[in-house]
Design a protein around this ligand. Structure first.
Ligand code: TRP
Ligand code: SF4
Length: 336
């Protein structure tokens, strides 16, 4: 393990994960965990930046995320899987970093700008935006620097944050005249973004997602609602797969090449209807997810499993985190 470069990444505990998470992030992590010393964490402090007053389902959401990770192939024997709030070194590191991060760097963060704008547009009380929320790009930097990480495998939406963590690492090095921190680099997935069933970004709050843990029946029901080529109204209208931005795009991910070209031809000459096409797609999706769903149901039987994995992982993560933090204390010349 010693000579491997380190990666780290995490997710907020939003509850059961969907296909966008699986194809956009998790598959990437699974592929990387052999090659790298890997740390994957559930960002429960980050959840508090916006949901500080909705913590009743935090426990369930953490376990649901973890079960989806395990079902997807994140392996606790290969990767260190931990809970953010159980590795307190990150909080200390966050303090050090927050002192050296210029306020206007944080204010530039695109996500925060969007959030502030949404709040204003909705005429919501700006005091609902907390101090902690504005610090979250710095907290994310602290997560990454906790292990002096080389690479951060994330979806495209997180790249700006990783860039900021590079800037903060560089600034730390400049201020304390050191090369202590590695400048972490984002590591993107090759898979194109998977749209939601309605053609918009896939997301839990938009009600347009398919969950890893959905049953076959629910999956089929959901696929039925997917948008198709809008010009194809009746079954004997000829379709155009290129205008079918959800169903046909999913086919390209879930089908074999020969199946995709068969569907394409059948759509164009109207020998298959959209209902049938979707039904077959749902079967494909279910077949692909069957091993994951089976594994998840199996893991679910062991009630203490999630707690145990997070306990062991957090202990392991804490060892490396302490080593890195001790170095920071040294470099900053804190009184010892
Ligand atoms: N901000 C990420 C998200 O919203 C989660 C996250 C927090 C993260 N800290 C991180 C991801 C560090 C990668 C590395 O999904
Ligand atoms: Fe899309 Fe399939 Fe309908 Fe063609 S037949 S428009 S690919 S859903």
């Amino acid at each position: 393990m010693e000579n491997k470069k380190r990666i780290m990444s995490g997710m907020r505990p939003t509850g059961k994960l969907h296909l966008g998470h699986y194809f956009g992030v998790l598959k990437n992590w699974v592929n990387l965990q052999d090659e790298f010393e890997s740390y994957f964490f559930i960002a429960d402090w980050h959840a508090l930046t916006t949901k500080y007053n909705q913590t009743d389902d935090l426990r369930q959401n953490i376990e649901d995320v973890l079960l989806d990770w395990l079902a997807s192939g994140i392996d606790p024997d290969k990767s260190t899987i931990y809970l953010q709030s159980w590795v307190k070194e990150t909080a200390a590191l966050h303090i050090y970093l927050s002192m050296i991060t210029p306020q206007n760097w944080v204010e530039r963060d695109p996500t925060l700008k969007d959030l502030a704008k949404i709040m204003k547009d909705k005429q919501e009380n700006m005091s609902n935006l907390s101090y902690g929320l504005f610090g979250y790009p710095v907290l994310m930097t602290a997560d990454i620097l906790t292990f002096n990480t080389h690479f951060v495998p994330v979806g495209i939406d997180q790249v700006a944050h990783v860039e900021l963590s590079r800037d903060i690492a560089r600034r730390f090095n400049n201020i304390y005249k050191t090369d202590y921190f590695i400048e972490p680099q984002p590591k993107l997935t090759q898979i194109p973004l998977l749209k939601g069933l309605d053609g918009n970004k896939m997301g839990k709050s938009f009600n347009n997602d398919i969950k890893i843990s959905d049953s076959d029946e629910i999956t089929e029901k959901k696929v039925k609602t997917a948008i198709t080529d809008r010009n194809r109204i009746r079954k004997d209208d000829k379709g155009n797969p290129d205008n079918c931005e959800v169903v046909f795009e999913y086919w390209k991910i879930f089908g074999r090449d020969d199946e995709v070209s068969e569907i394409s031809t059948a759509c164009k000459n109207a020998s298959i209807g959209c209902a049938e096409c979707k039904k077959r797609l749902a079967q494909k999706i279910n077949a692909t997810l069957a091993p994951l769903r089976e594994k998840r149901n199996e893991l679910l039987k062991d009630k203490g499993l999630c707690h145990q994995i997070l306990t062991e992982g957090s202990k392991k993560a804490g060892i490396k985190a302490k080593e890195v933090l001790d170095g920071v204390v040294e470099v900053v010349k804190m009184y010892k």
